[in-house]
Design a protein around this ligand. Structure first.
Ligand SMILES: C[S@@+](CC[C@H](N)C(=O)[O-])C[C@H]1O[C@@H](n2cnc3c(N)ncnc32)[C@H](O)[C@@H]1O
Length: 311
């Protein structure tokens, strides 16, 4: 490492320190002189390297699916109720967050490959911003789930993703946790084939990760045996009646003490489905289990992810 380089690094640190007050400087000083930053650094490096596996998988999937990441056999319909009801075909653009992270989306926008606005009446400057939606969880969200929300040790636990689609969540469980059984239940056969291809190509352990092509409503056995279940928004994939049925079914079959992770609050979902009263005492909001990793996450990016336990 050259002297110039070291001077540059010092400059960057000083730039950062110059924004701190005395108490904050004191805190950082103790953190560095106690050497406890070394452990944090190790954790950060471990996070970065597990993220690399997910980046590789995302790059493989990009070659297997269209740019919009919607498969020909998928029937994705804008929701008619709840806070996603303003997501019409005209006002939204689907960018899969697992495949394209924030920086990549910015680059693609600069290159003109992603359009961010639409015209509300043609040829005018009266334009509106498109709402970007994703049907997969992003890498950052997966890290947040496995390295902040859930307990660190998931040995002997069964992890279930309800509607595993491209498989983002189950690959996250595989590389970011020690869950003993990882199950993705997905109703769409083409999505299951894609997930099987990835599991095979990356030589994942078939005893540990399983993709089941089924309607979740027919697999109460899997739900009953699961300790953790992730439910990303189903609104674009099921009609209101089936959506309600799925929540009644989960209430009936999920065991006490199991974790439920939802994207957006369960209250918002149940209120939109007009079933909040009946299910309001079913779940309790749960505290994150790995608070020590809080520093690695921007809480604003993850404020739509909720962790509950079944009462
Ligand atoms: C929003 S995507 C979730 C993708 C994935 N969990 C993630 O977060 O990256 C919802 C998925 O649920 C699937 N799905 C909808 N109804 C289902 C059902 N009754 N049983 C199993 N899968 C279902 C859809 O086909 C779709 O692939």
């Amino acid at each position: 490492m050259s002297d110039d380089n070291m001077i540059h690094i010092k400059g960057r640190f000083l730039e950062l320190f110059s924004e701190l007050d005395e108490v904050e400087i004191d805190y950082i000083d103790k953190w560095i002189s106690s050497h406890s930053y070394k452990k944090d650094l190790q954790n950060k490096s471990a996070l970065n390297s597990s993220e690399k596996c997910l980046i590789k998988i995302a790059n493989t999937i990009k070659k297997l699916v269209p740019f919009e990441a919607e498969l020909p056999s998928e029937n994705i319909v804008p929701p008619t109720i709840g806070n996603l009801a303003d997501c019409t075909k005209e006002s939204t653009c689907h960018i899969d967050e697992f495949l394209y992270d924030h920086n990549t989306v910015e680059d693609l926008t600069q290159q003109g490959k992603i359009k961010r606005h639409y015209c509300v009446d043609c040829n005018s400057r009266n334009i509106k911003e498109l709402t970007l939606i994703s049907h997969s969880l992003s890498r950052q969200t997966l890290l947040y789930i496995f390295k902040f929300l859930l307990p660190k040790d998931l040995e002997n636990k069964q992890f279930l993703d309800l509607g595993s689609r491209l498989g983002a969540v189950i690959y996250g469980a595989y590389y970011l946790s020690n869950a003993t059984n990882i199950v993705g239940v997905e109703i769409n056969k083409e999505c299951c084939d894609l997930q099987d291809t990835i599991v095979g190509q990356y030589s994942m352990d078939n005893d540990r990760i399983k993709i089941i092509n089924a309607d979740i409503l027919d697999r109460s056995d899997i739900v009953q045996n699961s300790d953790i279940i992730v439910i990303n928004c189903l609104d674009h994939f099921v009609n209101v009646d089936i959506h309600r049925e799925i929540w009644y079914f989960l209430k009936k079959h999920l065991k006490k003490g199991s974790y439920v992770i939802t994207v957006r609050s369960i209250a918002d979902t149940l209120i939109a489905l007009d079933m909040f009263e009946e299910l309001s005492n079913w779940l309790s909001i749960s505290k994150p289990n790995q608070m020590e990793n809080e520093m690695f996450f921007d809480m604003e990016d993850c404020n739509e992810i909720y962790l509950y336990t079944v009462n």
